[in-house]
Design a protein around this ligand. Structure first.
Ligand SMILES: *[C@@H]1O[C@H](CO)[C@@H](O)[C@H](O)[C@H]1NC(C)=O
Length: 305
């Protein structure tokens, strides 16, 4: 009986048109996407283009960005602006938001998709090795101080610090919208830890702390803050890890990867519905209720460590 009710409720939720779409018509929505040369950001740009949004596309790789701009025009966006910039460079961010202000005046939706990952177990990254010899434990340590420091700084720079600055610069343009949305692509690693992803998970936890706080602060200004947390997505993020070991196999889950298009679709829906936090796939909602020991066990299996 309760299952029937639950299903009916879900159906109703799916069918009912979100109020935001009435307040901000989809073919007038002004959307800024940060980090869209590939992966989730690119898929998002294309889907917003298909419903006629006005787009500002930001990425570092100029050739990919220009290709995407063209694709978005073909897909149906009547207004597409692409701007080549490095989100961790404050001067370039100042320039970007000045251009957005000049050309668009305001924003309805800002989506932060830029990100970097880490892929090494922490001991490997630090060069700490354990050998067992004749029943004794021997530990050797290589000096990896600078590599570790560089990796931590880079991952925090892209995943956290740049997102804070994008929020600082984006808010003045979002506030005049009737229903401003600030969406952030996070990860399940922003909610729980995951082996080989310690630096990444740490930076994404910081992202959650920051945006969960500003969400409450900004509620009176009607600014919605939404976080979307996918599991493993089929993108090239791993190839550009901050701690990529030279010529090695990168640990990662091999199966059950989400497609960038399906994640993009869910982000768009989460924005339309102004959902505060979304997990993908949805069975992670239940997983989060598991005990932490169970969760660690499954994470260990998933990453085969
Ligand atoms: C991006 O900007 C940061 C900060 O200015 C710089 O350290 C980094 O090298 C830049 N990255 C690229 C790929 O240009």
């Amino acid at each position: 009986m309760s299952l029937v009710l639950l299903t009916a409720l879900l159906q109703w939720r799916r069918r009912s048109q979100p109020a935001r779409v009435r307040a901000v018509p989809i073919n007038k929505e002004k959307v800024l996407i940060l980090g869209c040369s590939s992966g989730i950001g690119k898929a998002l740009a294309l889907q917003y283009a298909q419903r006629g949004a006005h787009l500002i596309l930001v990425a570092r790789r100029r050739d990919l960005l220009q290709q995407l701009e063209q694709q978005c025009r073909e897909a149906g966006s009547t207004m597409v602006l692409s701007h080549c910039a490095n989100v961790t460079d404050l001067d370039q961010m100042d320039q970007l938001f000045a251009v957005v202000r000049d050309k668009f005046g305001q924003l309805d939706t800002m989506i932060y998709c830029a990100g970097a990952i880490s892929v090494q177990p922490f001991m490997d990254l630090c060069g700490i090795h354990v050998h067992h010899q004749a029943g004794a434990v021997q530990v050797t340590v290589e000096d990896r101080r600078d590599q570790v420091d560089k990796a931590v700084q880079r991952i925090l720079d892209i995943n956290y610090r740049a997102a804070v600055h994008a929020t600082r610069l984006g808010l003045p343009l979002l506030l005049p919208s009737v229903q401003p949305n600030l969406m952030v692509v996070s990860s399940m690693a922003g909610k729980v830890g995951a082996p080989t992803r310690s630096l990444y998970s740490g930076s994404k936890h910081a992202v959650h702390g920051f945006f969960d706080s500003v969400r409450v602060e900004l509620a009176n200004a009607n600014v919605h803050v939404g976080l979307v947390c996918p599991g493993t997505v089929d993108t090239d993020l791993r190839q550009a890890a901050v701690d990529l070991p030279p010529s090695s196999v990168v640990a990662g889950s091999v199966q059950g990867k989400l497609s960038p298009a399906s994640v993009a679709q869910r982000i768009m829906l989460a924005s339309d519905r102004r959902e505060r936090e979304v997990y993908m796939p949805s069975f992670y909602y239940w997983a989060l209720w598991l005990s932490r020991d169970w969760l660690d066990y499954f994470a260990k299996r998933k990453y085969q460590t």
